[in-house]
Design a protein around this ligand. Structure first.
Ligand SMILES: NC(=O)c1ccc[n+]([C@@H]2O[C@H](COP(=O)([O-])OP(=O)(O)OC[C@H]3O[C@@H](n4cnc5c(N)ncnc54)[C@H](OP(=O)(O)O)[C@@H]3O)[C@@H](O)[C@H]2O)c1
Length: 214
């Protein structure tokens, strides 16, 4: 699959490494330009190339957005419109600046990124600490396999993203839509950063969760 990644930090580079390892064709980008990613893509191998963010968005059948939430208005909205986009971003006011709508819990960070881009957004990989994402992938059925919550409104998009999660060694658990569902795994929620099995995570994010795991 062709995968674009916008953001080449801890999460972006970790996902690029995983996706390349299982045979995907990855375009990786940051804000400073592809020339600043030369060493990283060389280390990641020939399945990963450095591009601009707009090129990564164009390239991907699935595009991962993994940047500080406060910079989402810099995203290439035109290229992301209608695409399956995986949103790993979390809102940290001390890093991102205050967003009054999020402070008042009127909406969620993912809903705002969806509104800005018009993308078919799936929230995932936001609640797992990056070192666990890097190091703790395990084969299907291993009792130590960690679960990753996923939310969004489009079942097909969630199925694609869930497949990627499984393929890199984790169990996806559906938390629901981006509103109520997304709130269940954003910072401050009980599952955020927790190291849980699929059954434990399904129990924590509530009704409907296990049905979508299949
Ligand atoms: N760290 C974790 O354990 C963790 C876990 C789950 C979710 N998250 C969330 O996932 C997101 C990424 O986290 P991270 O830890 O990977 O961050 P990070 O290490 O600070 O990396 C951020 C990356 O985003 C890039 N970036 C910033 N603005 C951009 C833009 N407008 N266009 C393209 N790229 C841009 C930066 O590129 P430049 O350096 O060129 O600006 C950098 O490569 C954050 O929202 C974070 O809260 C983090």
């Amino acid at each position: 699959m062709k995968i674009g990644i916008i953001g080449a930090g801890r999460i972006g580079a970790t996902l690029a490494r995983h996706f390349a390892r299982i045979g995907h064709d990855v375009a990786l980008s940051n804000s400073r330009g592809p020339e600043t990613l030369t060493d990283l893509v060389q280390e990641l191998g020939s399945s990963v190339r450095a591009t601009t963010a707009a090129e990564a968005a164009d390239h991907g059948q699935v595009v991962v957005v993994t940047i500080p939430y406060g910079r989402f208005r810099e995203l290439p909205a035109e290229q992301l419109h209608g695409k399956v986009v995986v949103d790993t971003c979390n809102y940290y006011p001390e890093r991102d600046g205050h967003d009054p709508e999020l402070d008042a819990d009127i909406t969620t960070s993912s809903e705002k990124i969806r509104a800005f881009t018009g993308a078919n957004l799936v929230k995932a990989f936001n609640a797992i600490y990056w070192e666990n994402l890097r190091d703790r992938g395990l084969p299907k059925g291993d009792p130590g396999r960690l679960a990753i919550p996923v939310s969004g409104t489009d079942w097909e998009a969630k199925a694609v993203v869930s497949g990627l999660i499984r393929d890199i060694g984790f169990d996806p658990v559906d938390a629901g839509d981006l509103g109520l569902g997304g709130r269940k795994h954003q910072p401050g929620s009980r599952v955020y950063g927790a190291e849980l099995s699929a059954d434990e995570l399904s129990g924590a994010v509530g009704a409907g969760a296990s049905a979508a795991r299949a």
